[in-house]
Design a protein around this ligand. Structure first.
Ligand SMILES: [Zn+2]
Length: 361
């Protein structure tokens, strides 16, 4: 469409909308996506570089499909329903290490096709596609996000000294460990792109292993990068699904939720632990873990704090929520990305749990 025709069309459309009123305007707009934003960035996660492409648009609830095309070089193809592109360039260069360039083209009736030509082969599990809500402060619209990993196997994890982590008082106890966020909810994101959901899962996997090695019965709310309730759930559904993991087993004695803190100012830093006081046991477990985390990491001690977090209020057993460190702080984001730091944090959480059960007798 030429610029002239476009302008004329827009004017006509505006007049029509004024006449139709706002009720119809909402539904008419909701059905269509106009691409209007593009950005890419790179970040490191679990020892690999990831390319993150954000394509913004008007409207919400985009329907899309993605597939890897096994031609040479490999391509990642996405089909976006009900989408048109007049604003973005048709060919956009990318980082060239993970992906070379992206092409946007029409794909039949009101659909757009995005083809990303990869610099290295990509396996099925090495990319992820999801949508994100607008971020007003960052001036980002509703977006389709495509993340592609570099083609490198993660380095073999260093042999961890689990045999060193021998802890008393854990054998036979039933504990639920809740890695915060996951799946469609990445949680807070660090200035270099580290995602809270990945940090919490890594720490909790360690916690799980150490607790089991010491004879505890452990259930995790999630063992991989998934939503516990399911994608598109409300916050309440998602959080209740986590609480339910504790309720399923009547023997559950403790619920520990692990998170990373975040704040608008990158200066905020330190370790904090939260409780909702159903009984003295809630403050006891919070204090026990807090002391161990501060001692293990040397981070600023923000103490234990009362909070009305859903999982704490609704857990029917003693519960605590750990804010390991601030992912929004440059230094602490760096630490949270380190395998050794996360392991130290996991050991500290387990030590706290061990002390708590020891004191409860
Ligand atoms: Zn969180």
């Amino acid at each position: 469409m030429s610029l002239f025709r476009c302008v004329k069309f827009c004017c006509l459309l505006m007049m029509a909308l004024v006449c139709l009123g706002t009720g119809l305007m909402g539904s008419a707009e909701a059905a269509k996506h106009e691409l209007n934003y593009f950005q890419y960035s790179k970040y490191e996660d679990a020892g690999r570089q990831w390319l993150r492409i954000e394509i913004g648009m008007t409207g919400k609830q985009l329907e899309f499909a993605s597939e890897v095309r096994e031609i040479k070089p490999k391509q990642l193809k996405l089909t976006l329903q009900n989408t048109e592109n007049d604003k973005l360039k048709k060919d956009i260069s990318l980082d060239r290490e993970i992906a070379k360039y992206m092409t946007i083209r029409d794909a039949g009736k009101k659909a757009a096709e995005i083809v990303i030509t990869l610099a290295t082969p990509v396996a099925e599990h090495d990319y992820r596609v999801y949508t994100m809500e607008p971020e007003r402060r960052a001036k980002k619209p509703y977006r389709l996000v495509i993340e592609i990993a570099e083609d490198k196997l993660p380095e073999a994890e260093p042999q961890k000294p689990y045999s060193d982590t021998v802890l008393p008082n854990l054998a036979g106890h039933h504990i639920v460990i809740d890695p915060g966020h996951g799946g469609s909810d990445s949680g807070a994101r660090g200035p270099h792109g580290l995602m809270e959901k990945n940090v919490t899962l890594a720490i909790c996997r360690d916690v799980d292993e150490i607790l089991r090695a010491n004879g505890a019965q452990v259930a995790m709310t999630r063992y991989s990068d998934v939503d516990v309730y399911g994608p598109m759930a409300t916050d309440r559904q998602e959080l209740q699904a986590r609480v339910d993991v504790g309720l399923v087993n009547p023997d559950t004695e403790l619920f520990v939720s692990v998170h990373c803190n975040a704040f608008t100012s990158p200066d905020a830093h330190g370790t904090g632990t939260y409780y909702y006081p159903h009984s003295q046991r809630d403050t006891a477990i919070a204090q026990a873990i807090q002391d161990e985390m501060v001692q293990a990491t040397g981070l600023r001690d923000r103490g234990i704090n009362y909070a009305r977090f859903y999982v704490l209020r609704n857990a029917s057993m003693p519960a605590t929520l750990v804010e390991t460190a601030f992912i929004s702080n440059y230094q602490e984001e760096f630490l949270l990305g380190q395998e050794q730091f996360r392991h130290n944090m996991a050991v500290a959480i387990c030590r706290g749990i061990s002390k708590y059960f020891g004191a409860q007798g």
